[in-house]
Design a protein around this ligand. Structure first.
Ligand code: 28G
Length: 632
């Protein structure tokens, strides 16, 4: 057995293992893992861009969910390895962690699921083709389930350089299916364009006629990201505060701007990877913010006696992106999304602190607006604490003491218990009569729920509907929220199937998102789907949940004269009908609410709930498909 044969068997075993335990390499074989294949390949193109060679990356979803990624970099090397006699490109696709991932390549991650390499994508693809433009020629090689098919072909002439990878995910591996969600791909591609200033990113969906195309290129980098995130919000400082520096081989790019809302949105990234758990870069940023604004307020005598600004006060209404690029990042934490490199904290704090200080000195009007806002937040914090203490004394937050309209279930087992939040007293009545009272609790809500996007916690706590909601769930609110105390593992929002019902549903989702996000993360929040129509002939009753379903039923039942009733609201159904259409676990449709992208979710809630009508209209018109991100 020659050296090459021995080596190739070893390599094969590597990729064989990827197919046996795909979860170890891509996390799961569900939708997340499927999309991960795209990010692995795009990642390599981004590296070629960061190395200073590629300027344009194109991603296409082709019919049959084939993915094609193209960059205009140098083209993968094709020179023949003197020992193996095989072209260099082959190693990229057949050697686990090839391509310098763990050694010379400066901007590669070293842990978790990031940067596992093109070979993993190859191993998990039914087929993969790579096309290389280099040396004035075009090269092509093909693989089936990780194994090379034939030799590298060389043909034609071209003065272009670059790489193109086309692959079809293997249905034997991705048993849940190989269908890509275009919105998921588009969102991340746009994010990568924001995070990599100047890089042109194109994404196309060619599964549809006519094809859909988006081209992103942001010369302003994170400044444009902040403008995008704060779109439609009323601004406190008009100018985005921006830092783009390199210190000790670490690139530090930070942008921030305040808006008049009360929520804080700080997003951090390391080497384009979202660091959801934060880490040293985020800590360094917060340190600088607290120190510099605190010093400015003090040195300009802007604080009254007894007024004190905390870090939280200085982050209220803040939108910020902290993006660093580090040659040897250490990812820590439960999900390996926390940056652990200690030196980064002081480097970021110092570097960004200088930029922020200079901004405040040079822009006194904006500096004053920012400090005034922080002072308002500090005063509100004191007021909220008093309000919370007052409500605690009455103890509605942790006991079922006061006059709640909750009709509780008999079961005390949260895993078996369901809370139905029902729009209106009349539907609430039907739901109470129709429910299975052993495990179904009913909480009727009257009228509109407070819009918490526009209210601080103290105001939310003064709202009766919100109080009874907090009280019914029994797990507290905000920082005090304790999921283990949740009295129901299913919280079902049941509103009318009309515009008002949708609005109430979104208000409730906003509330859960702002104050009980763990309930959403845990998968406890559901939206019920009531029927739109009842179609009857004789004694036969059929409920239809969409116009399409009704049309199909009409065609199916052509011989019969159907009596069709359109439900304008839940209140039109009697107890029995409500049970058999919307509450009976054996027939009902419940949609679990999932928010996998916090950045998108925030923007969406702002659009849906904000003061300004125009961006909301535009958002809904432009992006009907964005709704897939809240899955309702
Ligand atoms: C189209 C989809 C994905 C890539 C390149 C370019 C080079 C390369 C890729 O080299 C071996 C390891 C680290 C240097 C490098 C070309 C140097 C000279 C490259 C991609 C050698 C891999 N000429 N473009 N790999 N490196 N694009 N796009 O994968 O030390 S991968």
């Amino acid at each position: 057995m020659g050296q090459y044969d021995a080596k190739s068997i070893e390599l094969l075993e590597g990729l064989e293992h990827v197919r046996i335990r795909p979860g170890m390499y891509i996390g799961s074989t569900g939708p997340m893992g499927l999309h991960h294949l795209v990010w692995e390949i795009v990642d390599n193109s981004i590296d070629e861009a960061l190395a200073g060679f590629a300027t344009h990356i194109e991603v296409e979803v082709l019919p049959d969910d084939v993915i094609s990624v193209t960059d205009n970099g140098r083209g993968m090397p094709v020179d023949i390895h003197p020992k193996t006699g095989r072209p260099a490109v082959e190693a990229i696709f057949t050697v686990l962690n090839a391509g310098g991932k763990f050694n010379n390549n400066t901007y590669k991650t070293s842990g978790g699921l990031h940067g596992v390499g093109a070979s993993v994508v190859n191993a998990l693809s039914e087929w993969l083709k790579v096309k290389i433009f280099r040396n004035g020629k075009i090269y092509e090689e093909e693989y089936h389930r990780g194994k090379v098919v034939g030799d590298l072909k060389e043909y034609g002439e071209s003065d272009h350089t670059g790489s193109c990878v086309t692959f079809k995910a293997d249905h034997e591996i991705f048993k849940e299916g190989t269908e890509y969600n275009f919105e998921t791909l588009r969102n991340r591609i746009q994010q990568l364009a924001f995070l990599n200033k100047g890089l042109k990113m194109t994404i196309r969906d060619k599964r549809v006629e006519p094809m859909v195309e988006h081209v992103y290129q942001y010369e302003g980098g994170l400044v444009e990201y902040i403008n995008y995130l704060n779109e439609g919000k009323e601004l406190t400082n008009q100018t985005v505060i921006y830092c783009d520096k390199e210190v000790d081989n670490i690139t530090i790019e930070i942008a921030m701007q305040y808006n008049t809302n009360y929520t804080t949105n700080i997003y951090s990234f390391t080497n384009n990877i979202k660091t959801t758990e934060g880490g040293m870069h985020e800590d360094g940023f917060k340190l600088a913010l607290t120190r510099v604004i605190g010093n400015y307020a003090k040195s300009h005598d802007m604080l009254k006696k007894d007024e004190q600004l905390t870090g939280d006060d200085m982050r209220e209404g803040l939108t910020a992106i902290v993006s660093i690029k580090h040659p040897t990042p250490q990812f820590e934490g439960q999900t390996k999304t926390k940056l652990g490199n200690v030196e980064v904290r002081s480097i970021v704090s110092q570097t960004f602190g200088d930029v922020l200080e200079e901004f405040l000195q040079e822009n006194p009007a904006e500096a004053k607006a920012i400090v005034d806002k922080c002072i308002l937040a500090a005063n509100a914090r004191v007021a909220a604490r008093k309000a919370k203490e007052a409500t605690r004394r009455k103890s509605p937050l942790d006991s079922l003491g006061f006059a709640s309209k909750l009709a509780d279930c008999r079961s005390k087992d949260p895993a078996k218990s369901e809370l139905y939040i029902v729009e209106g007293d009349s539907a609430g009545g039907s739901a109470k009569d129709g429910r299975e009272s052993e495990y179904q609790a009913i909480l009727p809500l009257r009228g509109k729920v407070l819009n918490v996007q526009k209210a601080r916690l103290d105001k939310a706590l003064a709202n009766k509907e919100i109080l009874s909601l907090i009280q019914a769930i029994g797990a507290g609110i905000g920082d005090d929220f304790d999921i283990s105390k949740a009295r129901y593992h299913k919280v079902v929002i049941m509103t009318d199937a009309d515009v008002d019902g949708d609005h109430i549903c979104i208000l409730l989702l906003t509330f859960f998102y702002r104050y009980m996000p763990k309930l959403i993360d845990a998968g406890y929040i559901y939206v019920a789907k009531p029927p739109l129509y009842k179609a009857e002939y004789g004694k036969t009753v059929k409920y239809c949940y969409s116009d399409q379903e009704l049309e199909n039923y009409k065609i199916e039942q052509q011989g019969h004269k159907l009596a069709i009733q359109r439900y304008k609201g839940l209140g039109e159904m009697d107890a029995e009908q409500l049970w058999e259409t919307t509450m009976d676990p054996s027939v009902r449709t419940l949609t679990q609410v999932q928010l996998d992208d916090a950045i998108l979710a925030d923007k969406m809630f702002e659009m849906l709930m904000g003061d300004e009508v125009e961006p909301r209209k535009k958002f809904i018109q432009d992006n009907a498909q964005y709704a897939s991100n809240i899955d309702i």
